[in-house]
Design a binder for this molecule. Structure first.
Ligand code: ADP
Ligand code: MG
Length: 634
């Protein structure tokens, strides 16, 4: 009966094989999600056909009543899903159902461990999609034909999920896709009407396309007995089948919002929060934005998927419309449905349309407000921050207009708790500021410990002034853009003149000046001994425990950023530090008392140590060791 021709057997891409193996093991306790994934794909296929048919009605082939049908056969142990969506041609089938064409997939797969719990989480983050059929099926058959092609151009794909699949040409009079799952022995429970209906309602109620199941009706005679041979099949729509975002907020339950999130975001786990808004007036749009509960595996890939699903007057236009949100909010998922764009809008047009910029501005505000609300819940916000905080830190640089709002959302580690957890808000910092303190102080280093133990903090600790401890790669860059918050400026404690504002009184300042004066001769000698190695030598009161530290001029690029740029192969002009000496320290006393030879050794040692304490690299480490040893053995 089969008219299949041009049959070939192909191997799955390595990553697909790995995914299949792991998925089957790790998602066993969650296997019902296969139905959600396949319905989600069928709904996407209907959306795509509706879009393509906008300028070519013929693609409907006379059947514009888009729908998904689910049937089962308990005796054959099969569940069949059918859609009259866009369908696939042979090339599509091989690419879509034989490979995973997402960048970073191979790297992602390497992270999988073989441990069920961990991998289930990771796979969820990746999105299981079509292949989830193999969690319940030992054989999957796909019959499909792309809308607009001839009946001869149908394709049949078959696989047992064991490394290879076959494709063959078939005749298929309808466009769209049919997926037949041959259930595994232990998954027979799914060949059941009630079970399937329950799952459709649980996972796919929000899908706009109707999901139908057959209902066999039998006519009855006057006595109420079924009339033999009178069975007719009618189709019953199981899901709500209206676009969720179109419904009023008050009528949508949390569970429905969550289920819808999984469909739009291709995610497996619940979102942290969402914001659903209808806007009428100059701009007319409905948006439903979500904050995911975890990062997609490709968040830091340049070409990772991002943006919202775009609809124009309920018609699906495109996935991942990235023009409506700034990059630093790329983790936000959701839907935008607008009347302000035309149905034949393309990515190119989106880039030029001034309305897009306006909607982007509005959505950005919505998203920031949503995060602000989320920040009221400490636990949830901790999850958010640890997942997306480093992305949000790109905000002040990318979007100066919203700097203040973003500033409210930032969290830092600080000397307030001295723990690595980034939990302090700037508002909290300002509340704790000392009397007379005008600036928000921070230190940047390569690691939390280096920041926490930086010699620059000594005076701040002594005076009880809080300092933000920054050690993320992006932090120094962030601080070059965050210049101000709530009317307060920021100061890097390792740069420029030490300025404690009015925390120090006149007497202290005077005493410092006097000490500096008394040590003028020492400073001169050190500068002579170090020559070009330093820009300047000074007496400082920053330090309580360390003998010396290096300070960078106010507007010089910091050490963290320098190291990042150098690692990226960027040539940078040499920077000469300012060496500051602690007049209270025994080593400085000893330096002062040394004769010229020992003086030179010790001065170099102090400078090199200060550079090391900063996390810096010495140009000539061997010379440092030699000098140190000669002093130790003297
Ligand atoms: P995703 O949905 O995240 O793209 P899937 O693994 O679920 O990933 O599906 C892979 C691809 O296979 C889809 O992007 C789509 O191109 C194609 N596909 C799957 N199911 C269908 C379907 N019912 N009709 C048309 N294309 C489909
Ligand atoms: Mg999918």
């Amino acid at each position: 009966m089969s008219t299949a021709t041009h049959e070939e057997t192909l191997g799955f891409q390595t990553e697909v094989k790995q995914l299949l193996n792991l998925m089957i093991n790790s998602l066993y306790s969650n296997r019902e999600i296969f139905l959600r994934e396949l319905i989600s794909n069928a709904a996407d296929a209907c959306d795509k056909l509706r879009y393509a048919a906008l300028d070519n009605d013929a693609l409907y082939e006379g059947d514009s009543d888009l729908r998904i049908e689910i049937e089962h056969d308990a005796s054959a142990n099969t569940v069949t899903l059918r859609d009259n969506g866009i369908g696939m041609n042979r090339e599509d089938v091989i690419a879509n159902l034989g490979t995973i064409a997402r960048s970073g997939t191979a790297e992602f797969m390497q992270q999988l461990t073989g441990e069920q719990q961990k991998d289930a989480k990771l796979i969820g983050q990746f999105g299981v999609g079509f292949y989830s059929g193999f969690i319940v099926a030992d054989e999957v058959t796909v019959r499909t034909r792309k809308a607009g092609t001839s009946a001869q151009e149908g394709v049949e794909w078959r696989s047992r999920g064991e490394g290879e699949f076959s494709v063959a040409d078939i005749e298929r009079d309808k466009h769209g896709t049919e997926i037949i799952l041959h259930l595994k022995d232990d998954a027979k429970e799914f060949a059941d009407e009630y079970r399937l209906q329950g799952l459709v309602r649980k996972y796919s109620d929000h899908i706009e396309v109707p999901v139908r199941m057959p209902k066999i009706e039998t006519a009855k005679d006057d006595d109420g007995n079924e009339i033999e041979g009178s069975e007719v099949t009618t189709w019953e729509t199981i899901n709500e089948a209206t676009a969720l975002w179109v419904r009023p907020k008050s009528e949508v339950s949390d569970d429905e919002y969550k289920a819808f999130y999984k469909h739009v975001a291709h995610d497996f786990s619940d979102p942290l929060t969402w914001s659903h808004n209808k806007v009428e007036g100059k701009l007319e749009y409905t948006s439903l934005l979500y904050v995911p509960g975890r990062a997609p595996f490709d968040m830091f890939e340049r070409d990772g998927a991002r943006g919202v699903k775009l609809y124009v007057q309920r018609v699906f236009i495109m996935d991942d419309a990235e023009q409506f949100l700034p990059l630093y909010l790329r983790f936000i998922k959701g839907v935008l449905d607008t009347r302000d764009l035309s149905l034949n809008v393309s990515r190119e047009i989106l880039q030029q349309d001034p309305k897009v910029e306006k909607i982007k501005g509005a959505l950005t505000k919505r998203a920031l407000d949503m995060l602000k609300k989320l920040s009221k819940d400490d636990e949830q916000y901790k999850t958010f921050w640890s997942t997306f905080g480093s992305v949000l830190k790109e905000g002040p640089g990318e979007d100066p207009a919203n700097r203040e709002k973003i500033g409210e959302l930032l969290r830092f580690a600080s000397t307030h708790t001295d723990t690595a957890a980034q939990e302090q808000s700037l508002a909290g910092y300002i509340e704790r500021m000392k009397e007379g303190q005008q600036k928000i102080y921070y230190v940047v280093a390569d690691s939390f410990n280096a920041a926490k133990n930086s010699p620059h903090l000594e005076i701040f600790r002594k005076k009880g002034i809080e300092v933000l401890l920054l050690s993320d790669r992006i932090d120094e860059w962030l601080m070059t853009h965050l210049t101000e918050f709530d009317g307060k400026t920021f100061a890097d404690v390792a740069k420029g003149e030490l300025d404690l504002g009015d925390v120090e009184n006149e007497e202290e300042k005077k005493a410092q000046e006097e000490t500096a004066k008394a040590k003028e001769e020492l400073v001169k000698r050190v500068k002579e001994a170090l020559g070009d190695g330093v820009q300047e030598v000074k007496i400082t009161h920053r330090l309580t425990d360390s003998p010396a530290c290096v300070v960078l001029p106010e507007h010089e690029m910091g050490y963290q950023m320098r190291r990042i740029m150098e690692a990226a192969g960027q040539p940078l002009p040499e920077v000469k530090p300012i060496l500051e000496l602690n007049p209270e320290h025994a080593l400085v006393d000893r330096l002062e008392a040394s004769d010229d030879d020992a003086f030179g050794q010790l001065a170099h040692i102090l400078l090199d140590q200060a550079i090391i304490a900063e996390g810096g690299h010495l140009d000539d480490p061997a010379a440092y060791v030699k000098r140190l040893n000669s002093v130790l053995t003297a």
